[in-house]
Each structure stands twice: as structure tokens, then as C-alpha cells.
Design a protein around this ligand. Structure first.
Ligand SMILES: [Zn+2]
Length: 163
């Protein structure tokens, strides 16, 4: 059985145990979180969030790309979020490759040079600061006065703020 089939069974049990309810579309805590797709970071549990509390935007590395800015613009302008929390983490896959190396690998195997930036990084704190600056400098994101960045330690499960 595929993993997805197993998950469909899990969903039935999950839904059976819950009363039907409608939560408001606008995040109750007016917060957007940008983080990595890493499977070890359970954002809702790690931060004590409930469903309906916050937007969680994820990609490889938790990098502020044009598409993240697109989502943040929608999050703030249409759905009322005000604070932005950026979370990178220790032992990230994006520290284990280089832009040039991965780009060359893709081009060599597919014959196509990717149009997107790879956005690997070496220093976690520098990567967080870069992400903070990208949000703070984006004219498309109206609320930029409460943008904070953190590193999550996947072993200790603790957050450290990057200033
Ligand atoms: Zn990661």
C-alpha cells in the first residue's frame, strides 16, 4: 500500500474524532511563519499553535523567494496578518549543496538550466538575516515593522533568535 493510501485511512480516523466546525479564514493570531520544508520541524506543536492561528509558508530552506513574497503579500493584504516569523533550522539540507554544483547537476542530467535560483547557504545566521532583509525591503509587504528571525535546533527543539 502506498503511503498516501495509509494517510487517507488516518484522515478518516482524524475526522471521525472531531466535531464539524468552521474556523475563520483569517489567522486568529495575525501571524505568518516562513520556514523550511524539513520533516523534523512540526511548526504547530513546536510553537503551541492551533489550526486557524497562523499562515505557515514553507519551501526548501525557508528562503524568501518571489513566491514567498507573493504569499506574504496575500497573507497581509487580504487575510490580515501583521507579524512575520522566519525560522531556519540546524542540519538543513540547503547547507549540504552549493548553488553552482546543484545547478550543474540539474543541467547535466536534464539538458535544461533551471530558471530559478538554488539559494543554498552555509551560515545559518547570515541566511536568517538575509531573509529578514528581503521581507523588510519588499514594497509588496505592507507591514514590515515586526519581522523576526530564528534558528530552530532540530535536536533540542529550541528556538534561538537571530539579531
Ligand atoms: Zn531545511
Amino acid at each position: 500500500m502506498d503511503v498516501i493510501d495509509e494517510l487517507l485511512g488516518n484522515n478518516n480516523l482524524f475526522a471521525d474524532a472531531l466535531a464539524e466546525q468552521h474556523v475563520d479564514l483569517r489567522p486568529a493570531r495575525a501571524l505568518a511563519i516562513v520556514t523550511c520544508m524539513d520533516s523534523r520541524l512540526n511548526v504547530f506543536d513546536a510553537l503551541g499553535l492551533d489550526e486557524g492561528d497562523a499562515h505557515v509558508l514553507r519551501n526548501a530552506g525557508g528562503v524568501i523567494t518571489d513566491d514567498m513574497i507573493r504569499s506574504l503579500a496575500i497573507s497581509q493584504r487580504l487575510l490580515g496578518t501583521r507579524e512575520v516569523m522566519l525560522i531556519h533550522h540546524t542540519d538543513c539540507g540547503m547547507q549540504k549543496l552549493t548553488d553552482d554544483g546543484f545547478r550543474a547537476e540539474l543541467e547535466e542530467e536534464t539538458g535544461l538550466a533551471p530558471s530559478f535560483a538554488i539559494e543554498s547557504f552555509t551560515d545559518l545566521d547570515d541566511a536568517v538575516r538575509q531573509s529578514i532583509q528581503r521581507v523588510e525591503r519588499s514594497v509588496f509587504v505592507p507591514h514590515r515593522d515586526r519581522v523576526r528571525g530564528f534558528v530552530y535546533d532540530v535536536d533540542t527543539h529550541r528556538l534561538r533568535e537571530v539579531s
